[in-house]
Design a protein around this ligand. Sequence first.
Ligand code: SF4
Length: 374
Amino acid sequence: MSRSASLTLQRRLTRPVKVGSVVVGGDAPISVQSMTNTDTRDIASTAGQIAELAEAGADLVRVSCPDKEAAQCVAQLVKGSPVPLIADIHFDHKLALMALDGGIDCLRINPGNIGSRQRVAEVVQAASLRRVPIRIGVNAGSLDKDLLAKYGEPCADAMVESGLHHIRILEDLNYQEIKISLKASSVAMTVEAYRKLAKQVDYPLHLGITEAGGMIPGSVKSAIGLGLLLSEGIGDTLRVSLSANPVEEVRVGFEILKTLGLRTRGVNIISCPTCSRQEFAVIDVVAQLEKRLAHIRESVNLSIIGCIVNGPGEAKECHVGLVGGGGENLLYINGKPQQKIADNKVISRLVEEVELAAKKIREQQEIENSTKNH
Ligand code: SF4
């Protein structure tokens, strides 16, 4: 029942780093991350959102530490978090030291922006002692003045030069636990920058299109930009930036990886756009199923098709399928027609069948894992 072949070229070889329990780079799965948008100082709300993001599948979560109070909350947030946390820090090296003291799993900080070499060395030493990697995050909107003067305006070459400058500062301190991102709101500039940097260093790359906009434009820009890079084998972790609930960022991130055949997670719903031939309310059924099946982690293919034009063909390729049939819709299991279902029973029956399919996949995976371990 595998519907997706990989669309990607061979993955670029990178030096893996460990963010808590999650490996980024090397041959580790491409991780999906997001960032909380609560006030970090409000521990209950922030911990709640971290849990929601983890539940949605986020492998890593970033929290911003804009001031001392926020950095002081790191210890408690780390303690209660189901996934490794990354502290986002700008300018103030003391905040980085506080986050490290609090047990943070990774820092996002640009070493060239925190002042003297002595300050950078302090952070690097503390990070090194705790084996905590640093993500250099270059953003086209905040390039150094000298680079803007040299290039005239933000561009891919300026971003790459900025990234290499920050990398050199860390390498000079003999520190190589590095990830790097080069984000712009322009998809073309972002893609060019990553392609250029990928040829020059072997550090893992964190992909993202910054300030990508709301749900639809942000998802499209991210899918195209990240999709182009991932299809070329570039990228080790990603964040989709949306002006939306960050849980949506995780969902879109996984959809990008699922579409490229790079990761699997959750139910893959194949549904038709509907037309006057539809025999049941496809759009409404799909919307309800998306909510009712959000808890499924296993990769289950489910087709929901309005009529017999395309219904049987899609259902044959899925774990579970439904083909519209005028109040008597035909249910398929593992590609075979099973029985007719009335419109008012469609949702409950499909949820039941998908949960069953997920359980079987889980059991099969457990058998395979125990065989591998023997
Ligand atoms: Fe219309 Fe049937 Fe095609 Fe759906 S599968 S869009 S209902 S013709």
